[in-house]
Design a protein around this ligand. Structure first.
Ligand code: SAH
Ligand code: SF4
Length: 334
């Protein structure tokens, strides 16, 4: 059975050996209107619907478990065709706007010390259709989605080809027509991956998990920064910003006594220029067996105020989803 969620109308026509291009368009439009059963695709001839049901797979994955946090965050455990699981999260803000936080890999190879996904190691990349299916599943069963962030399990720049294809599908005018402005990729900072992004796009919004601008501390917390220096990363961020003209988000995870001190603020302020950024402060979310502590509320507020006083836009990211281990860095399926 051929998974078809990541095929363009022209690819559907070719791969499914359809009689004419409009047939591919029809199927594409059904999928993007949340119809995944060929029997319900009423503008296709009965015989074709029957034939397609035997050879094409509109959804290869399915929601296996739904966990709702009282704060409105919903975490979905999704079962893939090969029996592996991933997690996707739907967040609502106080205005009711919905953000889907999607995964790009099963696990992650980067091994950041403070992150639950990092403890799993990498099991495999998600295919393009598995990335787009997360969106289809969350949307079909549960909600309208305003923005998408690729900040779930995995390092998106390690799976850029499949992610690009998923973005291309989301961006198709015939389909959901998601604008690139409403998509964000979050990376731990891989120089090679950033270079690829600068060369080929997709030019969606970019968030960089800086965590700390102190290079020694960064190496301790993020083994990946041994081969990816902040200097090299910054060069690529500047190029990306010159291309897109958009602010880059810096994600700073505040860990008590480790990344929330006065020195950390200073190194952050030194790191920023000439970038135009928005600093997202993320109080560390507890992960069982990790030796870190959450910062005090006062410390978080102090950090935010200091940044704002220095003219840097900053926001504290809500601690949403903690009740279901669905907050940043808490996603893991073993
Ligand atoms: N691999 C990508 C995207 C997934 S991680 C990246 O690292 O950017 C998404 C965000 O969660 C990152 O900014 C990461 O630093 C943050 N994060 C990881 N573990 C966390 C934790 N325990 N508490 C708070 N944020 C965490
Ligand atoms: Fe991977 Fe991101 Fe977690 Fe680091 S923070 S281990 S890059 S998912």
């Amino acid at each position: 059975m051929l998974p078809i969620a990541a095929l363009t109308p022209a690819e559907l026509t070719a791969e499914l050996e359809l009689e004419a291009p409009w047939r591919g368009k029809q199927i594409f439009q059904w999928l993007h209107r949340s119809v995944f059963d060929f029997a319900e695709m009423t503008d296709l001839p009965q015989s074709l619907r029957h034939e397609l049901a035997g050879k094409a797979l509109p959804l290869s994955s399915g929601v296996d478990k739904v966990l709702k946090d009282p704060d409105g965050t919903v975490k979905y455990r999704i079962k893939l065709l090969d029996g592996l699981f991933i997690e996707s999260v739907l967040l609502s803000d106080r205005h009711g706007r919905k953000t889907a936080c999607l995964s790009t890999q099963v696990g992650c190879a980067m091994g950041c010390r403070f992150c639950s996904t990092g403890r799993m190691g990498l099991i495999r990349n998600l295919s393009d259709y598995e990335i787009i299916e997360q969106f289809f599943l969350l949307r079909k069963y549960f909600s309208n989605i305003d923005t998408i962030v690729f900040m779930g399990m995995g390092e998106p720049l390690c799976n850029l080809v499949n992610l690009s294809k998923a973005v291309e599908i989301l961006n198709q005018p015939l389909g959901v027509n998601f604008s690139l402005r409403r998509l964000t990729l979050s990376t731990c900072g891989l120089v090679k991956g950033l270079r690829n992004l600068v060369e080929k796009g997709p030019f969606i919004r970019l968030a960089f998990s800086l965590i700390t601008a102190d290079p020694h501390k960064r190496v301790e917390l993020m083994p990946v920064s041994r081969e990816n220096s902040l200097r090299e990363i910054k060069k690529e961020l500047i190029k990306y910003q010159n291309i897109t003209g958009k602010r880059i988000t810096l994600e700073v995870v505040l860990i008590a006594g480790i990344t929330d001190r006065r020195e950390d603020l200073k190194s952050l302020l030194d790191f920023i220029p000439p970038l135009k950024v928005l600093v997202n402060l993320i109080p560390w979310n507890p992960v069982a067996e990790l030796p870190y502590e959450e910062p005090s509320k006062g410390k978080v507020q102090w950090f935010e105020r200091q940044l704002v006083d220095h003219g840097i836009p900053a926001a504290v990211r809500f601690k949403r989803g903690r009740g279901v281990a669905g907050a940043c860095g808490q996603l893991a399926v073993l």
